[in-house]
Design a protein around this ligand. Structure first.
Ligand code: ARG
Length: 458
């Protein structure tokens, strides 16, 4: 008898090259828990509607548990002849239960089965990612609290721009990862719609109860259109897009910290445990983990591209192309999860070199914009104030001094009376204290945000 679930139609054996080419067991075996769970729910439902007896369903549920244990213990024999995880498990069931096992696939198809398994897997992955993102946010929050007094130069175009509190810097990433968590939570809504029961493409003439399966598996709703179900991979596009955004956030941060560990910046010390050395240059301490977090983001965005091209031009309903979805899906998830697992301890265990940062903080005219805003408050029109401060910066560059070093006459020449009070906004500490807008790096505002985040991250 043929190993194939579809053997009846065929008289000749499958070419071994075709078996090797078409198999997915090498990567979809990781769905086994979800496949078993979905099959158990399906079997119980079949008993409820009278397509199985209660004893048959109990036997199937128990045998599936035993198969799960075997796979878990690595005692299960996989073969590319059995194509994918669904066929393997069904085959093992039939070996154990004979004709009762042959009844499990009643009222379903691998087309709705595979997408149900994948949705269950994605749902678990979404929950795991939420935990990892939260852990990273907590590490960032602790770093924000632990560097309360530290002031960093803020950059635009990688040029010194305005001063920012280190806490403000860390909270910027907390915000990004919060949006990532929200995006994933939103994606979960569309993931949590049950495909099973759509059967091959048109539904079934058997009296199945889809809602029973939905309740058992914790889905929120039933997919409404059977024809849509087996071709729908929108939720994977969304999920891998969301993963790509996480990967890009991680990559930008990694780039920043790689720069900050250079001798040129010298802002940051990374823990030895997260760095590697050079085989020839004895002095090197390289930020390889950060580089690979940056580098691996390329894989995740490539996975998204792969999925988008995969579904492009696919007619309804199931097409075998879709089997390849899991290659990109698993790679994207594994890559982001692994990066997040290292990002949190890296944040926890890295140390800012406050002295090095402070020693050069007055360089780069971080107070120039505050000076311009002070001129505006004195009645100078914004564009005129911008022009005037630009000229003062040029003057400072000629004299190799800072804005705070310019004498009162210079300020008087910009606008009469300006020298009164101008020195109270010059210098980084003063410039920082002058901020006041909501969402700014104003110390009181940052304190308020820290307070809010302490209770918000859950
Ligand atoms: N291994 C297949 C996949 O991952 C399962 C669905 C196969 N369906 C079919 N009609 N051949 O997509």
């Amino acid at each position: 008898m043929s190993h194939k679930t579809w053997g009846g139609r065929f008289s000749g054996a499958t070419d071994t090259r075709v078996e090797a080419f078409t198999e997915s067991i090498s990567y979809d075996r990781r769905l086994f828990r979800h496949d078993i769970r979905a099959s158990q729910a399906h079997a119980r439902m079949l008993a409820e509607v009278g397509l199985l007896t209660a004893e048959e369903a109990d036997g199937i549920v128990a045998a599936l548990d035993a198969i799960g244990v075997e796979i878990e213990r690595d005692e299960f024999a996989f073969s590319i002849q059995l194509e994918d995880i669904h066929t393997h498990i069904e085959r093992a069931l039939i070996e154990r239960l004979g004709d009762v096992g042959r009844k499990l696939h009643t009222g379903r198809s691998r087309n709705d089965q595979v997408v149900t398994d994948v949705k269950l897997w994605v749902r678990d992955s979404l929950d795991a990612l939420d935990g990892l993102l939260k852990e990273l946010q907590q590490a960032l929050l602790v770093a924000a609290e632990g560097n309360r007094k530290l002031v960093l130069p803020g950059y635009t175009h990688m040029q010194r721009a305005q001063p920012v509190l280190a806490a403000h810097y860390f909270l910027a990433y907390v915000e990004k990862y919060q949006r990532d968590r929200e995006r994933l939570a939103d994606c979960r809504k569309r993931v949590n719609v049950l495909p099973l029961g759509a059967a091959a493409l048109a539904g079934t003439s058997l009296p199945i109860d889809r809602d029973s399966v939905r309740r058992q598996l914790g889905f929120d709703a039933l997919a409404a259109n059977s024809l849509d179900v087996s071709s729908d991979r929108d939720f994977l596009l969304e999920f891998v897009f969301d993963l790509s955004v996480v990967a890009l956030h991680l990559s930008g941060w990694a780039e920043e910290w790689i720069l900050w560990t250079t001798t040129e910046f010298g802002f940051l010390d990374l823990p030895d445990a997260f760095c590697t050395g050079s085989s020839i240059m004895p002095h090197k301490k390289n930020p390889d983990v950060l580089e690979l977090i940056r580098g691996k983001s390329a894989r995740v965005t490539a996975d998204l591209q792969q999925l988008m091209v995969l579904v492009k031009g696919l007619p309804l309903a199931y097409n075998r192309d879709l089997q390849e979805d899991k290659v990109a899906l698993f790679d994207a998830f594994d890559t982001v999860a692994a990066s997040l697992e290292l990002a949190a301890p890296l944040v926890r265990e890295s140390r800012f070199r406050a002295e090095v940062i402070a020693a050069r903080l007055e360089d780069g005219f971080l107070d120039a914009t505050t000076l311009m805003e002070f001129c505006i408050l004195q009645g100078v029109p914004m564009r005129a104030a911008h022009e005037a401060v630009g000229k003062l910066v040029r003057l400072c560059e000629e004299r190799r001094c800072r804005l705070a070093d310019l004498p009162p006459e210079v300020y008087e020449s910009v606008s009469a009376g300006l020298s009164n009070g101008v020195y109270k906004v010059l210098g980084v500490a003063n410039a920082l204290a002058a901020f006041q807008s909501v969402g700014s790096t104003a110390p009181a505002e940052v304190e308020r945000q820290l307070m809010a985040w302490r209770t918000r991250i859950d």
